[in-house]
Design a protein around this ligand. Structure first.
Ligand code: ADP
Length: 450
């Protein structure tokens, strides 16, 4: 046991606030950092201590040498990276260790392994996880890529090996489109990730995106916290997440739990993590990637399981044993999370900025709001457009949908456009209500939604 008494939060926005809340309940001192545009951030005010990082406002949350030096100066014994920024940077995790600071997350070698989508497919296949047919090596030559794609059989998907957030990804329906798609995927990968390596895999038609939340301690105890259905996506980016999946048969569900926990046990994984799968129309299961961090959508799992994922993450990093058996984890009801983004529905959901002039938040039974927004909050243009998450819970699916309608109607933000109006349409859509959706649902519905 290596009791943690002071944590630096290497992040901003709602997740920084979420981690501070976990620290408070664990009676751990919290330390916030902030860039020049984030001086007024709620997390800055709620943390026990705060330190500015001057200069480039994006680099502020990425410059790990500066962050580690602040942690040392402030006598922090641990750093929580949140999601995004440094959360999946193996070098950062290693640098923390080398500086005697606990990195609240998995081992650097696991971060590195799963940061490479191709390598992780190979590793997962070895421990019995079904993967999609595809290439194990980056495709450099476009002609070679075209040949491999033809062997796999169209449609295929070209993906950035070191990508994320739906970027650097292209679906290729026919051979004639391959060259163009290959080039645009490579260019986008280079632009966003600084690495242009791409790989090819079979494209699954109309899949559901189902992911399994794992928690694992340092002693080989691996548990799952059920699944999340993240099929409601726009351009391969999650918009709404649901736990449990409203339309997953129990055989497939049990198989997902079995595969995921077994793989993590065999790989000696520790901390929290999410294994993402696609399920085709016949419920065949395919691994796509693993996220070695706390995810945006973790609250839906917390709500149905009653387990505080961030607190567990901290306790695991301290060396605590999971004093919990799989049978003791009970899932209750349905939780739905809506990502609230500052974006303009009238302008193809381009990020919007501005200051919140009037602000009314939803509340009441079964409503959780994780946000860093408030009256007077100015959305900086420098970061992700997500300003918070509205999460609702009810004992049954229909109840959760009704709760969502009510809570979304209560949410009022004046000052800039948001995607709340889109969420209101989705929860009134008969296919959504019937649980009848796959990853193409939203892109298709966008044509009929106002
Ligand atoms: P990212 O890391 O960029 O989020 P993922 O590999 O997690 O990329 O995939 C994101 C989404 O892209 C999936 O949820 C799914 O909608 C789509 N996708 C990815 N791979 C495939 C595939 N082989 N077939 C069909 N859709 C896919």
């Amino acid at each position: 046991m290596n009791k943690i008494s002071k944590v630096l939060i290497a992040n901003r926005g709602e997740i920084a606030l979420r981690i501070i809340r976990a620290c408070k309940e664990l009676e751990i001192t919290s330390v916030a950092i902030f860039s020049e545009v984030d001086v007024e951030g709620v997390w800055v005010r709620k943390a026990d201590e705060c330190y500015p990082i001057m200069g480039d406002v994006i680099k502020a949350y990425l410059d790990y040498e500066v962050i580690i030096s602040i942690a040392k100066k402030a006598n922090c014994d641990a750093i929580h990276p949140g999601y995004g920024f440094l959360s999946e940077n193996a070098d950062f995790a290693k640098a923390c260790e080398e500086n005697g600071i606990i990195f609240i997350g998995p081992k650097p070698e696991h971060i590195a392994l799963f940061g490479d989508k191709m390598a992780s497919k190979v590793a997962m296949k070895k421990v019995g996880v079904p993967v999609l047919e595809g290439t194990d090596e980056p495709i450099i030559n476009v002609k070679e890529g075209e040949k491999i794609a033809s062997q796999i059989g169209f449609p295929v998907i070209i993906k950035a090996a070191f990508g994320g957030g739906g970027r650097g990804m292209r679906i290729v329906k026919n051979k004639k489109d391959f060259v163009e798609m290959f080039e645009s995927a490579t260019n986008e990968a280079k632009k966003y990730f600084g690495r242009g390596e791409v790989f090819i895999e079979k494209y699954v038609e109309n899949p559901r995106h189902i992911e399994i939340q794992i928690i694992a301690d340092k002693y080989g105890n691996v548990l799952h916290l059920g699944e999340r259905d993240c099929s409601i996506q726009r351009r391969h980016q999650k918009v709404i997440e649901i736990a449990p999946s409203p339309r997953l048969n129990n055989t497939a569900r049990k198989e997902l739990y079995r595969i995921a926990t077994k793989a993590m046990f065999k790989l000696g994984y520790e901390s929290v993590g999410t294994i993402e799968f696609l399920l085709d129309e016949d419920d065949n299961i395919y691994f796509i990637e693993m996220n070695t961090r706390v995810q945006v959508e973790h609250p839906v799992t917390e709500i149905i399981s009653g387990i505080d994922i961030i607190q567990r993450m901290i306790q695991i990093a301290e060396g605590d044993k999971l004093q919990l058996l799989q049978e003791e984890i009970q899932f209750r009801g349905y939780a739905i999370e809506f990502r609230i983004n500052a974006e303009n529905p009238q302008k193809n959901f381009m990020p919007s900025t501005g200051t919140i002039k009037k602000y009314l938040t939803p509340g009441g039974p079964g409503v959780r709001l994780d946000t860093s927004a408030y009256t007077g909050y100015k959305v900086p243009a420098n970061y992700d457009s997500m300003i918070g998450k509205l999460i609702v819970w009810s004992l049954d699916w229909q109840g959760a949908v009704k709760k969502a309608k009510r809570a979304l109607d209560e949410y009022y933000i004046e000052g800039f456009p948001t995607n709340i109006s889109l969420h209101r349409e989705i929860v009134r859509d008969e296919d959504f209500i019937a649980g009848n959706f796959n990853t193409n649902y939203l892109d298709k519905k966008m044509q009929i939604f106002k």
